[in-house]
Design a protein around this ligand. Structure first.
Ligand code: GRF
Length: 202
C-alpha cells in the first residue's frame, strides 16, 4: 500500500514535528510528510523541515483579509500535495470553518493537558495554577470548538509537589513525543473510527 500523505502545521519549536520525522525515519510510521506549513516565518519547525528535506512553507496571515481566506489558501496547498491527514503540532491558530468542513476526521491536534480540562493556549500553566495533582496529554480530532473534538489518546502525569512549569513542560513534552506519533500510526493503519463524541480504537 502507498504511504499516507500527511502535512504538519506548526507555529513554534517543532519538537513534535521532529518526533514524527524521527519515528518515520526509524520505519515505525508508514507516512510521507509532504509539507510543514507555518503562520510564523521564524518558526523553528520550518527549519527542522528544511533540515530533513521536507518542504517548508510559510503562509503569512497578514497577506489575507480574513482567517477564512488564509485557511482557504492553506487548504489549496494541502490539496495540491494530496494530503490525507493534517497534524496540528503547536499550531497557534484556531482552525476555522473552511478547515473543519474540509478536514473533519482528518485533522488532529495535540494538547498539553487532559481535555476537557485546561483547553486554550496555556494548558500546562493553567493546570499548575489551578493546583490539580494530575494532568496529562491529549491527542484529538479537531472540531469547530476550541480543543473540544473527539479524543484519540490521553495519558496522565502526576504533578510533583512544588514542581515548576519548565520541569512539568519537559515531562509533558516527553509524553507528547510518544503519543502524537502513536496517534498518527493508528490513523495511518485505519484503526480509528469516530462515533459521535467517541473515537473507537479498532
Ligand atoms: C506542545 O506542547 C503542544 O501540546 C502544544 O504546543 C506545543 C508545541 O510544541 N499544542 P513543539 O512546537 O512541538 O515543540
Amino acid at each position: 500500500m502507498s504511504k499516507l500523505n500527511i502535512a504538519v502545521l506548526a507555529s513554534g519549536n517543532g519538537s513534535n514535528l521532529q518526533a514524527i520525522i524521527d519515528e518515520n525515519e526509524k520505519g515505525n510510521l508508514d507516512i510521507n510528510i509532504t509539507a510543514v506549513v507555518s503562520n510564523k516565518e521564524d518558526a523553528h519547525a520550518l527549519e527542522r523541515a528544511r533540515e530533513n528535506n521536507i518542504e517548508a512553507i510559510f503562509v503569512n496571515p497578514e497577506d489575507f483579509s480574513s482567517r477564512e481566506e488564509y485557511e482557504i489558501r492553506v487548504i489549496e496547498i494541502l490539496e495540491e500535495k494530496g494530503v490525507k491527514l493534517v497534524v496540528l503540532a503547536g499550531y497557534m491558530l484556531l482552525a476555522c470553518k473552511p478547515f473543519i468542513e474540509k478536514y473533519y476526521g482528518k485533522l488532529i491536534n495535540l494538547h498539553p493537558a487532559l481535555l476537557p480540562s485546561f483547553a486554550g493556549t496555556d494548558g500546562i500553566g493553567d493546570a499548575l495554577d489551578y493546583g490539580v495533582k494530575v494532568t496529562g496529554v491529549t491527542v484529538h480530532f479537531v472540531d469547530e470548538g476550541c480543543d473540544t473534538g473527539p479524543i484519540i489518546l490521553q495519558e496522565t502525569i502526576e504533578i510533583k509537589e512544588g514542581e515548576k512549569k519548565e520541569e512539568l513542560a519537559q515531562r509533558i513534552h516527553k509524553i507528547e513525543h510518544r503519543l502524537l506519533p502513536q496517534a498518527v500510526k493508528l490513523y495511518s493503519e485505519n484503526k480509528l473510527r469516530i462515533e459521535g463524541r467517541k473515537v473507537i480504537n479498532l
